[in-house]
Design a protein around this ligand. Structure first.
Ligand SMILES: Nc1ncnc2c1ncn2[C@@H]1O[C@H](COP(=O)(O)OP(=O)(O)O)[C@@H](O)[C@H]1O
Ligand SMILES: [Mg+2]
Length: 250
């Protein structure tokens, strides 16, 4: 239910060029505002800085300049673990630990919590898995089921914001549509604010209330998903949407 605001966010990184280290600006003064309970998709070619942007919001990396605010509070003022419980990042490839699904769901929580069984079942239901899954061996799940369990594990922490980094790019088309439906349901039922990275235009169209296009570290387009994807203003985003911009272009 939180609002996220990025103010002139830059991120610089040292990148190897031959034997030299060159400083590269991966994000170049990005302003972005994601409203509470909104699904905002971020589109852009590979290397444009999409994952970096999510990592900054979760403080897996720190901004080089500018600031990020969660409901008006600079995230630098927040304790990192608390921030990560409220603002959860879900990766492209689901990470499962050895053991049963229930052990995966309890990961990082106090095991003694007597309400945990009920909570686990509730979170599994939220991702459309029944409670029989609790006893299943996590290593035997399909990749689509793993992505659901990984989402359920995130929900155990009762986040306010979900950051999803291409969560369906490893999935087949059916599992992809199922996850998209789940994301929409979670947005409605739990009133989560959702930032969803994808390089798939039709996915952005299906999902997003609002869509942002990031190219070579700059926000080049932002607006209602249907409008942006059908009638982009910026020449670079037009090129990207026509499928002529696969890699970053500077
Ligand atoms: N750990 C890293 N070290 C150095 N450069 C990196 C690292 N991760 C990403 N980069 C570079 O930063 C830029 C943005 O990467 P990234 O945010 O992953 O883009 P995207 O998610 O849009 O594909 C790219 O040029 C990439 O090569
Ligand atoms: Mg990425």
């Amino acid at each position: 239910m939180f609002k996220i605001e990025l103010k002139k966010v830059t991120r610089k990184r040292a990148v190897k060029e031959g034997n030299n280290l060159k400083e590269m600006e991966v994000l170049k003064g990005v302003d972005l505002s994601v409203q509470p309970e909104e699904i905002c998709t971020i589109l852009g070619p590979s290397g444009s800085g999409k994952s970096t942007l999510l990592r900054l919001i979760n403080r897996l990396e720190e901004v080089s300049s500018g600031s990020i605010h969660l409901d008006g509070i600079d995230i630098k003022e927040l304790e990192v673990l608390n921030l990560r419980k409220k603002v959860s990042l879900v990766f492209q490839v689901p990470v499962m630990f050895d053991g049963k699904v229930e052990e995966n769901l309890r990961f990082g929580l106090k095991v003694s919590d007597e309400k945990s069984d009920e909570e686990m079942e509730k979170c599994l239901n939220l991702v459309s898995l029944d409670s029989n899954f609790l006893k299943r061996d996590s290593q035997e799940l399909s990749i689509g089921e793993r992505q659901r369990v990984s989402l359920a594990r995130t929900l155990m922490h009762k986040p306010e914001v979900l950051l999803l980094d291409e969560p369906t790019s490893a999935l087949d088309p059916t599992a992809t549509l199922q996850i998209e439906k789940l994301i929409k349901d979670l947005n409605q039922e739990l009133k989560l604010t959702i930032l969803f990275i994808t390089h798939n235009l039709s996915q952005a169209q299906r999902l997003g209330h609002r869509c942002v296009i990031l190219i070579a570290g700059e926000k080049v387009e932002e607006g209602d998903s249907q409008v942006v994807l059908q009638n982009p203003n910026n020449p670079l985003s037009q090129k990207f949407i026509r499928g002529e911009l696969v890699k970053e272009e500077k």
